[in-house]
Ligand binder design. Structure first.
Ligand code: 4NP
Length: 155
């Protein structure tokens, strides 16, 4: 079965659309078949394009990015195999929303690598976006390693 992965942050304009774009690109480069989308726990930015700083950071590294912000829905807990939270606050919100018979695995994305959250870069400068870009690349590889059964690059 092709893994279907939903990356989740708060606003779905900074971290999760970047995570979605990076995971899709890293998987493509590694020739791994995967479906990726992203969503937010909040509804503040519905329908918006990713933050300009997220877009420029991705494009500078040749990572295509295109997304319209949306909020997590109940059906996501059944249609995705994995729902990966950017930070622990996002994870707690997801676990509160998660229906009892949900089929998706809901985890902190960082749990595949070092247990760390992806910090919210919204109120900071461009360096924060560069930093989380590098984090998304590492997290993408760590997650894909677990799918292919390869030893984690972090070990
Ligand atoms: P994101 O960043 O959760 O990574 O998309 C944020 C975007 C917007 C806001 C907070 C975080 N906001 O408060 O509007």
């Amino acid at each position: 079965m092709v893994p279907k992965v939903l990356i989740v942050c708060l606003g779905n304009i900074c971290r999760s659309p970047m995570g979605e774009a990076v995971l899709r690109k890293v998987a493509k480069d590694r020739d791994i078949d995967i479906v990726v989308d992203s969503a937010g726990t909040g509804a503040y930015h519905l329908g918006e394009e990713p933050d300009e700083r997220t877009t420029s950071t991705c494009e500078k590294s040749g990572v295509p990015i295109s997304h319209e912000a949306r909020q997590v829905q109940d059906k996501d807990f059944y249609s995705f195999t994995h729902i990966l939270a950017a930070d622990t606050s996002n994870l707690n919100d997801l676990l509160r929303k998660k229906p009892e018979d949900a089929t998706a695995e809901v985890k902190l994305w960082g749990s595949y690598l070092d247990g760390k959250s992806i910090p919210d870069p919204y109120y900071g400068g461009i360096q924060g976006f560069e930093n989380i870009y590098q984090q998304c690349v590492k997290l993408s590889n760590a997650f894909l390693d677990t799918l292919s059964g390869a030893p984690s690059a972090s070990l």
